[in-house]
Design a protein around this ligand. Sequence first.
Ligand code: FAD
Ligand code: SF4
Length: 509
Amino acid sequence: MRNLVIILGDQLDSKSAALDGFDPQQDCVWMAEVARESTKVWVHKARIVTFLAAMRHFAEDLKKAGLPVDYRRLEDPQNQGDFIVELEAAVKRLKPEKLIMVEAGEWQVREDFRDAARRLKLELDEREDRHFLATHADFEKHAKGRKQLRMEYFYREMRVNHGILMEGGKPVGGDWNFDSENRKSFPKGGPPEHATPHAFPQDAITQEVIQIVEATFPDHPGSLADFDWPVTAEGAQQALEDFIAHRLAEFGEYQDAMWTQEPWLFHSRLSAAMNLKLLDPREVIAAAEKAFHNGHAPLAAVEGFIRQILGWREYVRAIYWRYMPGYVEMNELQAQQPLPKFYWTGETDMNCLRDALGQTLRYGYAHHIQRLMVTGLFSLLLGVRPQEVHEWYLAVYVDAVEWVELPNTLGMSQHGDGGLMASKPYIASGKYIQRMSNYCAGCRYDPGQSTGENACPFTTLYWDFLIRHEPRLKMNQRMSLQVRNLSRLGDDQKWEIQEQAQSIRASLA
Ligand code: FAD
Ligand code: SF4
């Protein structure tokens, strides 16, 4: 054999650089389902099924196209459960002259494959991932000479370089961003009428994977009863069309709003399909831009949506690679509290958390503001060790892969990187949740109270966070308004808040 072409579970791109120059007569694709990927953190069953079902469909498509595929199934009795052990066995069996792969999306996995190739004394031809619009070199060029990195400037450069929403060298509509029209809460009666997202019935391959996952990982978190994620490139395309037709127009206006028992609202549900590389971000961006040009969706919604993909998604990847491997260990705020156990069960009397955690366990999904301003906010205010928060997020979402999850969790949400990712900690009291949702209306706590039996734990912990971190926060201009509000509190009030915060921490330790 000439080349063994390694394709990982989040590299399911039929146009992958790994397949450039592939010759079915001399080369073979290698794919392996390994248990370790589902156990290194305690992975949600829906995330395991999404990856494995997508891998099996992808392998079938390759075979149909005439490519030989050496595929190790999870339930194979010889499966040793580890990528590198499996790769070494495959190399022994197939005796390739060279290994080819697209650079792995996770730092440690990339290192493991590089080490394995060295041990096997085989050349590893590692190719750049063409899925992303910005290469590592593009980002280094952007970062060079800048004292501080900020998504907004990177995003503007990406708009210009790729000619997206640009007109005569200027941003379409005369501005880079129309967020003043976005990010509203729902009216009192709740979200406007909206279609439920396109359903993806499970075919025989997915059903088989569901059975295998239930049997192999019975005690893992989450449910498969409602499994409904696209696991093929065609499915991903349908999901994109469905979003553009039915939800994009309201995406901007309501992207930060939350409502009880409404997991999807106007979100795209495309992250898992994109992260597995079933869907090209260029196609997603082009479809959204077209919807603006043909009058189907307003500019504020389209720009807001494109910014998430062309801006945030590319930017967090760049941050990950720039600061790994040290990034994962950062804990700038010295947070040491353990993650509350109810994150794995959803059993809490805090309504907002119960709803966000309940849908996470049911579907493997929560939208951005639920992740940032409910589950993430609570652990930030409580002072949970960012590494534990990171492991939880990596485990429970169907779209979780480390390059995107880690900077969002440890950086944006927990401020563990001290501000590399976001210029200030995203903190708020329960009043923010009250403004952006109907959660508080049905809750036993009162978001307006910081002490006493009915005090909202978010509000108590918010003030406690400001008190604890006042010296650091004072240095940050973007926090000055919030810090100044502290002076409204008397010493007794501060003491009471800190006492109550301590008892919340003790009860959740
Ligand atoms: P939409 O709301 O419809 O947004 C459209 C697309 O924009 C998404 O599909 C996604 O690809 C991209 N996007 C939006 N926000 C971000 C962001 N902050 N960073 C990168 N891409 C973004 N996203 C993941 O894909 N995987 C993760 O593991 C992940 N972990 C997160 C952890 C935390 C603590 C936070 C705050 C955010 C995390 N995100 C993650 C980002 C974001 O929450 C999800 O991409 C989004 O909720 C996915 O749902 P959707 O496809 O319906 O997104
Ligand atoms: Fe959440 Fe506090 Fe509102 Fe209850 S009152 S839903 S705990 S923010």
